[in-house]
Design a protein around this ligand. Sequence first.
Ligand code: NAD
Ligand code: GLY
Length: 377
Amino acid sequence: MTAPLRQAEPNAVKVALGTRAYDIVIGRGLLADLGERIKASRPGARTVIISDETVGKIHLAAAEAALKSSGIDSARIVVPAGENSKSYAIFEKVCEAIIAARLERNDLVVALGGGVIGDLAGFAASCVRRGLDFVQVPTTLLAQVDSSVGGKTGVNSRHGKNLIGAFHQPILVIADTALLDTLPKREFRAGYAEVAKFGLLGDAAFFAWLEKNREDVFAGGPAREHAIGVCCRGKAAIVSRDERETGERALLNLGHTFGHALEAGCGFSDRLLHGEAVALGTVLAFEFSARRGLLAASEIGRVAAHLASAGLPTQVKDVPGGVPGVDVLMELIGQDKKVRRGTLTFILVRGIGQAFIENNVDAAEVGSFLTEKLANA
Ligand code: NAD
Ligand code: GLY
């Protein structure tokens, strides 16, 4: 349930995973404390900061200064910005650079960036020397509410997204909301799709709160911190109960089965960002659920209206240049990690805040649904 908005929200969320439990700290200006927090949890550790070229230009010097002021040695690895850095080639470069920087088992990798950097750096940390610890410093809204929490790390295969990876939890997540001030508006909007997702999958009161407060979340200030905190608490609770996605964690994939196929089908390009694909995929998941008689059409209208008010695509025709044909999309859906021996698993909904896992969905039913959607686009 969504707590009422207060000026002084508690700013730490615990991810309760026994000996691998960690904190997510949320607040403005926390990057300045990076060194002190690392020193407190890992005295004597050296660090390698992994970032991308865009974030690196804006925030890397401040991160390095924060470490230096606490007497922490750091090296830097900077990769090109964008989804294409979640590749074998860049993964290899990052691993080799961590080894060249002579990081040892007690040292730390620091992921400074969005979901791409968190996934890539976390996966490299999980592999080098059979596992180095790492700290997430998420710099996008999407990464602060979702990807930096829960330990899913990985890179993309030519067959689809995130097909090579590992569960590897960070030891700390520092969500400095001031870092979002430099995020391009389009990237903020894309991240908002994952914020709305948390309401849509299991917290109708939070979705209703977002309907009233979306503009304040976009403007920044306490509403934004409140929304990030709600999402992190929601995700932390699910992850602590189902770290390896044997059950309810799959609910976090609401909108992602359609979304990943659309994103891959658009070549992981600027035509459709990950969060935009999730927005479109979420509306498709609601429509597919309605086609099965699970919910009223008015619920779809509410979801689509809210996502559209945030400037997100909600229809196939909103994607510049269009989307690939049904055959290509079905091939990509067939590669999704949520496929078990050929049958599809989808996250469907009985209403806003009422997502559930549906196994054994017939691929032909999905194919004919997509054929209708594309014909009407
Ligand atoms: P991203 O990491 O590519 O960042 C988006 C863009 O914003 C990049 O160009 C980046 O350079 C720039 N940027 C980042 N922070 C900035 C800042 N503060 N100021 C200015 N520019 C900034 O994309 P994303 O949307 O953060 O993450 C998407 C990725 O996250 C996808 O690969 C997706 O699969 C993954 N993801 C993972 C999980 C998980 O649980 N591991 C969950 C959701 C999404
Ligand atoms: N973003 C989906 C998950 O972390 O499980």
